[in-house]
Design a protein around this ligand. Structure first.
Ligand SMILES: [Fe+2]
Length: 384
């Protein structure tokens, strides 16, 4: 229906007298399609549409109720308002029509005024409903565009922060990318194979993958003379390096407190949901930066957490981070081969690493090795 065309009304009744009555009452204001059976009406609707259906309840071959069921089952047709035509003496059918979801019912014999008014009401409702649906669709599209923009900005900011951390460390930009790829392998396996103590929601999995980039964020607070020292660190210097876990935790806790203060302001529901989501992400990032040097045996730092006390996210990063460190060349060591690195990780199962995660590593060893050898991940930003 548009402003140039009359609304189309499908009138379905096996009684030609009723159809003629409907035609004579409505033909000036509406385009009427008169049909004498439910089957022919359904056939018509296969390749046409209507703005409203006037439907007789009782017809031979297929009743109006059965046709109405077909209309409701069809995604394209279910929104067309259906007004049932019932006999004045048949109260049961009136009730049945309304229970089935009919927009309205009109009792025969048909009165011109009532027919006009009831059809007018339904078409007006339909017009408002379509307007509302369009408005909601437009708003939803705008909201999704805004969320996508925010998400893109968030990703760009995260990448920037991760790059800054790595450049500060004079390390290769590829370390973060490779570590993230290793984390993805483990997380994907956990999502597909949930086991007690290793169950992740898709949102948690995404948070872990995204915050893997930030695991060494605290290094930006470590003095140059220690962080950039070529050669072996003294025990005191190593203690300073270890502080990057606490510095990262401090930075992210501060950020989380800042995010909480946003929630006290007047925000729409969508904005609150977004901030709460971001908050969960920041908590995961905090867990990872704080605990990625903890060891399964309890001999790690900063807290000496043991086993499952260490957040799962940090246990995953620990394995990915160490595998990459082993297979990479550093100023103080040559790169270990994949086989040597895999053997070191295997030996440290239950000591440094979560044994369940080592099993996953063993299962996907070839994928880990392929990522290490992938030239896409070997560019050295520190040399640029
Ligand atoms: Fe670290």
């Amino acid at each position: 229906m548009n402003k140039y065309n009359k609304p189309v009304i499908l009138a379905v009744d096996d009684d030609p007298i009723i159809l003629n009555t409907v035609l004579s009452i409505l033909r000036n204001d509406y385009k009427i399609i008169p049909l004498t059976s439910a089957k022919s009406a359904l056939k018509y609707l296969e390749s046409n549409t209507a703005d409203l259906i006037l439907l007789d309840c009782v017809m031979p071959e297929m009743t109006g109720f059965v046709m109405f069921e077909h209309v409701l089952e069809d995604e394209k047709l279910r929104k067309i308002p259906v007004i049932f035509l019932t006999s004045a003496s048949d109260g049961d059918n009136e009730a049945k029509a309304l229970r089935a979801g009919a927009a309205d019912y009109i009792t025969k014999p048909i009165h011109s005024q009532a027919l006009h008014t009831r059809i007018g009401n339904q078409l007006e409702l339909l017009h408002h409903r379509k307007h509302l649906e369009k408005s909601i669709a437009d708003k939803t599209r705008m909201l999704n565009e805004a969320l996508n923009l925010l998400k893109t900005r968030e990703d760009v900011t995260l990448n920037l922060l991760a790059r800054v951390t790595e450049l500060r460390d004079c390390d290769t930009g590829a370390h973060i990318e490779r570590t993230t790829e290793f984390v993805k392998i483990i997380v994907r396996h956990l999502l597909q194979n949930p086991e007690n103590g290793y169950i992740l929601t898709p949102e948690q999995a995404e948070d872990i993958v995204k915050s893997a980039k930030l695991h060494d964020l605290g290094k930006i607070a470590i003095p140059d003379n220690v962080l950039l020292k070529q050669g072996k660190l003294t025990p005191e210097e190593f203690d300073v390096i270890k502080k990057h876990t606490e510095e990262g935790e401090r930075l992210l806790s501060h950020t989380i407190d800042g995010a909480k203060s946003f929630q006290t302001q007047e925000l729409s529901e969508e904005e609150s949901v977004r901030i709460i989501y971001a908050d969960n992400f920041l908590k995961t990032a905090r867990d990872i930066t704080y605990s990625h040097h903890e060891k399964w045996s309890g001999e790690g730092y900063p807290l000496g957490l043991k086993g499952a006390e260490i957040p799962l996210s940090a246990r995953i990063i620990a394995l990915a981070d160490v595998y990459d460190a082993l297979t990479s060349e550093r100023p103080y060591k040559n790169a270990f081969s994949h086989e040597e690195s895999a053997s070191i990780i295997e030996n440290d199962s239950g000591k440094h690493f979560d044994p369940h995660l080592v099993k996953i590593f063993n299962k996907y060893e070839k994928d880990f090795e392929n990522i290490t050898n992938n030239p896409e991940f070997t560019n050295n930003l520190a040399l640029v």
